[in-house]
Design a protein around this ligand. Structure first.
Ligand code: FE
Length: 298
């Protein structure tokens, strides 16, 4: 069990994800952005893809589209995706794999179900988080960190009841292998019933949990939340607590994500997130003129 002498944060709000269609028509559960919550600085979006059981030929993806000014982080739980981009990068993502793509000045990419997965069908489940880039980094050269499941550091409590996959930041004394442009914590916790963890999260970081299995008790007041709910922590402490109640029938699965807010103006339009309207117009022009490149035929 993680020990912290810090003050445990309370919960400011709990919001339900909205079910929507993305890309060529795949189901996502999206806690934000929404009408009530435009962003959670420095985070711009969280999509839970599925979970969904797909029949042969049913899997859909997101064909060629651009990004500029932020990062997309894809974390697969089940299923297989394939990506290609305008800089000649290509790869596959399977269960447990993480792709941290820094779009920076711009990429055009496709995110599609892997051909064999598409043919056979099966369970698709994963996450995509959008992390804003600070003004100074928006036009940097695009960059990938692709970590296979086996390369993601993990830790577990001595009794084995709390386990964590450390995608960014640090937990239970284990550090992530992914580097972030601004300080970010991205953890996947699995807590068996009757387990509670305390995770340091500096008071100036915005922090939230997103549950995707079982039920949990969050923060100082042990607020209850279940799958498809986002728990926003208040900034009134430097640690968060997460527990799976003894009465739960299955382990709690939850993401815990936190980051130092940028406090910069955000102007977003679809796949472009910049600081000013002029920069958005420029992004459209650059995309239209082919300055973000295009994906070479396979
Ligand atoms: Fe994309």
């Amino acid at each position: 069990m993680a020990i912290s002498n810090g003050k445990i944060r309370s919960v400011a709000n709990i919001v339900d994800a909205t079910r929507t269609l993305e890309g060529a028509g795949f189901v996502v559960n999206r806690p934000f952005p929404s009408q009530g919550l435009a962003l959670f600085d420095p985070f711009l979006l969280l999509d839970e893809m599925g979970p969904v059981e797909l029949g042969p030929g049913e899997a859909k993806g997101a064909p060629d589209h651009p990004h500029r000014g932020f990062e997309t982080v894809t974390y697969m739980i089940a299923g297989k995706m394939e990506h290609r981009d305008s800089h000649g990068n290509a790869g596959r993502l399977g269960p447990g794999d993480v792709q941290w793509m820094t779009a920076g000045a711009g990429v055009v990419h496709s995110e599609m179900p892997a051909a064999d997965f598409e043919r056979q069908g099966g369970r698709m489940h994963g996450f995509q988080l959008w992390v804003n880039l600070p003004r100074r980094d928006k036009m940097i050269r695009p960059h990938y960190q692709e970590i296979p499941a086996a390369g993601i550091p993990t830790a577990a409590s001595a009794d084995g009841k709390a386990a964590v996959r450390v995608i960014a930041g640090e937990a239970m004394g284990v550090k992530a292998v992914i580097n972030t442009r601004t300080p970010i914590i991205y953890l996947h916790w699995t807590l068996k019933p009757g387990t509670r963890i305390v995770q340091p999260a500096p008071a100036d970081y915005n922090a939230f949990a997103y549950a995707f299995g079982g039920e949990g008790r969050f923060g100082r007041d042990e607020k209850a939340a279940v799958e498809r709910q986002m728990v926003m922590f208040a900034g009134d402490g430097d640690a968060v607590s997460i527990a799976a109640p003894q009465s739960a029938r299955e382990p709690l699965e939850t993401l815990l994500i936190a980051g130092l807010p940028l406090h910069e103006p955000v102007v977003r339009y679809g796949p472009f997130v910049m600081n000013t309207r002029e920069e958005i117009i420029k992004a459209f022009e650059d995309y239209r003129e082919g300055r973000m490149g295009e994906i070479a035929p396979a």
